[in-house]
Write a protein that binds this ligand. Structure first.
Ligand code: PMP
Ligand code: GLN
Length: 383
């Protein structure tokens, strides 16, 4: 029998819950994906480039026009200009970027600090590279970073730390002080940062996303991983990027060129043209703020507890004051009986710690959110 390299892994929670939602005819606020279409202008551009036969392999590190416009966007939003040719790589989604960055950095026995609850793709990538995930819990509540705990977790074997801001599942957004504390902690150490910034354009209440790459010292050791799928409501396109200094990008590309080689050509051309208008991404926070506000207002009329999300398109809600059933049990009951699917956040913990918190995705049309909220007001009927 084949000996598994990932013996403890099953199907991802996102697949499980989306399937359950579909089978049960429930409103799917579980897996994170927008319930509305992309800008028709972007769709037209994709149609144009496919029809004009931009359909053969793209260059391994991305088409220059997209590398260039992404470098300019980084300059505009984060105040530094990466070298488009040697520091910007276009990949097939942030999942690929994270996998390639981890593979480029982690050798057998290396420790990688993972702040948890954590997105589920990090640990398998670390494990496949024979690294060791060292988990550091975030502060339950707002899910801010406990810097003393991070400091205590660093050893002579620490090779990397994975950062995720804005954070999935909590929506916590790092402040300048967080970034500075990280810089101080790993100063003079060969510790690399794999920074998952897929929700870079989804922040609320005047909070601004600070890329780890914008810090002059951290930039030299950081792989910034992003996703166009998240920013432009096209998660199924699986296109993202990695920005890292030249020496790191060189190693990153060695992996990328044998994982996928290159990324879907017509969509690269379409995005290159679309990104020339900064308002197309600068307007995203306002767009999502309305959804966050709408969902938070409705959630306040339910019995669930919550702190309004400050970033990402997720909202956490606590229910421990209502019942002591597990978060899995609640998510399942909600999907089957209340017809609203959510994610139990114990799945984001290595030890499946159950804080009695569930996650909702509010990247949906108001009509759908309204219907879900109406059902959530009846939550007690299923407890
Ligand atoms: N990181 C986080 C935190 C995510 O929520 C997601 C979800 N899509 C990804 C990475 C993966 O992004 P992509 O779909 O571009 O691979
Ligand atoms: N990132 C999405 C989430 O957290 C899901 C992506 C996926 O299904 N792999 O829900």
């Amino acid at each position: 029998m084949l000996s598994s390299k990932l013996p403890n892994l099953g199907t991802t929670i996102f697949t499980i819950m989306s399937k359950m939602a579909q089978d049960e005819g429930a409103i799917n606020l579980s897996q994170g994906f927008p319930g509305f279409g992309a800008d028709p202008v972007l769709l037209e551009l994709v149609a144009k480039y496919t029809k004009e036969n931009y359909n053969q392999y793209a260059p391994m590190s991305g088409i220059p026009a997209l590398q260039e416009v992404l470098a300019s966007k980084t300059h505009l939003c984060q105040g530094y200009l990466p070298d488009m040719e040697s520091e910007v790589t276009i990949v097939s989604g942030a999942t690929e970027a994270i996998f390639c960055a981890i593979t480029a950095v982690v050798q057998e026995g290396d420790e990688v600090i993972v702040l948890e609850p954590a997105y589920d793709s990090y640990d398998p990538a670390i494990t496949l590279n024979k690294g060791i995930s060292v988990y550091v819990p975030l502060n339950v509540g707002d899910f801010s970073v406990d810097w003393q705990k991070v400091k205590d977790a660093i050893t002579s074997n620490t090779k990397a730390i994975i950062v995720n801001t804005p954070h999935n599942p909590s929506g916590f957004v790092w402040s300048a002080s967080d970034v500075n504390q990280l810089a101080e902690l790993i100063q003079d150490r060969e510790i690399y940062v794999i920074s998952d910034e897929v929700y870079e354009h989804i922040t609320f209440d005047e909070k601004k996303h600070i890329s780890i790459g914008s810090h002059p010292e951290l930039r030299a050791k950081t792989f910034v991983c992003g996703s166009f799928g998240k920013t432009f409501h096209v998660t199924g396109w699986k296109i993202g990027y990695c920005i890292a200094p030249k020496d790191l990008s060189k190693e990153f590309r060695k992996v990328h060129q044998y994982v996928t080689f290159s990324t879907v050509t017509p969509i690269q051309f379409a995005l290159a043209e679309y990104l020339k208008v900064p308002d197309r991404y600068l307007s995203i926070p306002d767009f999502y703020q309305k959804k966050r506000d709408f969902f938070a207002k409705g959630l306040a009329e339910t019995k669930l507890g919550f702190i309004p999300s400050t970033g990402s398109f997720f909202q956490l809600a606590s229910y421990g004051h209502l019942t002591d059933i597990s978060d899995w049990e609640l998510a399942e009951r909600m999907t089957r009986k209340l017809k609203v699917a959510c994610i139990p956040i114990s799945v984001f913990y290595s030890d499946k710690k159950d804080d009695k918190i569930i996650r909702f995705c509010f990247a949906k049309e108001e009509k759908e959110l309204e219907l879900a909220l109406e059902r959530l007001r009846k939550l007690e009927s299923i407890l």
